[in-house]
Design a protein around this ligand. Sequence first.
Ligand code: SAH
Length: 467
Amino acid sequence: MLLTITTTHTPATDLGYLLVKNPTRVQSFELAFGQAHVFYPEADATRCTVALLLDVDPVGLVRGRGGAGGEGGLLRQYVNDRPYVASSFMSVALASVFKSAMAGQSKERPELAQTPIPLEARLAVLPCRGGDDLLRRLFEPLGYEVTAEPLPLDERRPEQGASPYFTVTLRAACRLADLLTHLYVLIPVLDDEKHYWVGEDELEKLLRRGEGWLPAHPEREMIVRRYLRRRSSLVREAIARLAEGEAAEETEAAPSPEEAVEKAVRLHEQRLAAVVEALKATGARRVLDLGCGEGALLRLLLEDHAFERVVGLDVSYRALENAHDRLRLDRMSPLERERIELLHGALTYRDARLSGYDAAAVVEVIEHLDPARLAAFERVLFECARPGAVVLTTPNAEYNVKWPRLSAGRFRHPDHRFEWSRREFQEWTTAVAARFGYHASVSPVGPEDPEVGAPTQMAVFRMGGAP
Ligand code: SAH
């Protein structure tokens, strides 16, 4: 499995500085799945090519990882295309062997690392399930000139036709870091067969690596879907967060690369931070997270020992399973494990397990409820569970105009049943608080626009009259 990257920037041998790999030497690196070798087939002042050769050990893969890639049965575990084609192994190798270059860092040539230079990447065998049309749809919007030569199934029997493999050349004038990052994300997308478990870390990685280009990519949904191997809950979260990131970007002046990195505190995180702060301000020790999803808030709550007991509830069993994995409940100490519980249940049915808590968080959940079931939810929460405080967030529908890809009248998420304006949310909050004997206040979360407000709105309900 071979990748070469060529530059004609002069002096071309500066490529060695950018990659922190000396052009006069062959270097080898041990990776979990085999070895990576880096060498330079050509290196002079006008043209320099680096080669990354992967030597994947298919037997070691199976032995070492308890059946990686084993979906197709035993034989397929040993006899498959993995050693020969560019796949997510290539991504893993790129990220470890060219780590600083991918991050856009270079001690010796810091400016060059930030400068677009003529680059050509060639992948000897790229599986492209979806044909070369897919290849173009992925790389051309990023400014690459794409050449793809289909490889025959069998060179000696051309009548058998083409294989799903291509030799691919990508040309662009871009930063080396961008080329490496695009390859890192898009090779597994083309291959569509990732070799390892896709968990939350993968989602974080994708959002981080996709910063600055993925939100605006016309095929972003397909990229996310395939990158995350169609794990639907992760895919939905990724798409929603990309959209929010894009909306947040809109309200800021064009960020420099450093600012873009700092902006990693995305709206999602801001929202969770605001919820944690509001819960803490109520002095709550025993808290519920209703509609906890995959447990992002639960994790923050567990980190803070002000919260003695943390209980997540969700209607989706799948989401709870993922929360269980993401929070690594199996590996917690018994004492920690006692602090947390996950419950399967629906917020539209009375549930005695929810009584006796100081506070409940309901983060981005009510808009998923059928409006006809909203009254049931109100009674289940404020009358039956009746926590001392409720911290509830929902999208501000007015802010949707800041999201250029969202056509008018559409919701942010396909599963949303409604989205409220600021006035609608304020009216609902006031009415619910009055009906159930709570005091409530509403505040914005996220970057505030003078006309349409902030992307998220948050209500804090406290039992009794005074705030
Ligand atoms: N609070 C999480 C997840 C928000 S997505 C976060 O902010 O990241 C909405 C969640 O509400 C989903 O996990 C969905 O399964 C859950 N949900 C939707 N309807 C529900 C209901 N009737 N009862 C309980 N959970 C529900």
